[in-house]
Design a protein around this ligand. Sequence first.
Ligand code: HEC
Ligand code: HEC
Length: 242
Amino acid sequence: MRIVSLSCLLLGLVVTAGCGRLPGQPTPSQVPLEPQQVTNFVALYRENCAGCHGSHGQGNAALSLSNPVYQALVDDATLRRVIAQGVPHSLMPAFARSAGGFLTDAQVDILVRGLRANWSKPNAAGSAKPPPYAAPTNAPGEARRGEAVFAKFCARCHGADGTGGGKMGSIVDGSYLALISNQGLRTTVIAGRPERGHPDWRNCLPGEPMSPAQVSDVVAWLISKRPAQSGQPYASSSETRN
Ligand code: HEC
Ligand code: HEC
């Protein structure tokens, strides 16, 4: 009884003090938002993407999303799909709730708009038209021709067979190729990894941009180096890769 009357007294004091909240209780602005209530691009990016793509989109283990050439290459629908569904056979997770992630469709849209507003630059690719984002289905590229393309555009940095040398790692290593998608390789060749010194499609051989066919062929050559059953990290190995 004593306790009850004491707490009544305390409550009375608080209410008459006019603040309506117990000492130590957070103000509304201090209460953490529920995850689905976060609608700020910077916060969404920091919490979900920065670890792999860099705190300011500059790239880290995964590609730079602030690379203006990448922004010029990719369209909104692709960004939305990749963020929502992830990239199978790679470390890029699916973020949409419908795909097992934690973000609402509205949050995925905020990310797409924020990526554009922050990092897309008009005329990033200059007058040069980038090769298409995806390999045309009627011209998927040919590994045999790709070998010659590699010798011409890539070997001076990656070594004659792609295994690198010196400080340069191998880009034909099975473990590397097992964890990057075909599109990931294509995106790398077209948009480059400027943050790491790998040029975009215009600058592998200065003054001679790669043609769309050369891009498809060199990507086909890299894909041909991927071991069929590499590491078996996936439940189904019969699935076609993308
Ligand atoms: C001017 C030198 C240079 C040229 C030319 C060049 N690259 Fe690179 N490339 C690099 C550097 C530097 C890296 C980063 C290596 C690292 O961080 O270990 C890289 C990384 C890569 C990667 C790995 C990216 C990742 O996901 O980590 C691939 C794949 C690649 N290059 C493919 C190619 C292909 C294909 C060509 C030819 C069309 C090419 N490169 C031409 C310098 C070059
Ligand atoms: C665990 C690491 C990781 C996290 C977290 C992550 N990504 Fe990725 N992301 C990757 C990797 C790795 C790739 C390359 C996938 C491939 O092989 O194609 C990628 C690819 C992408 C691509 C497609 C690139 C292309 O080829 O067009 C986009 C867009 C992207 N990520 C956006 C995001 C956004 C936005 C977030 C946060 C909501 C995010 N990623 C979080 C690792 C990550």
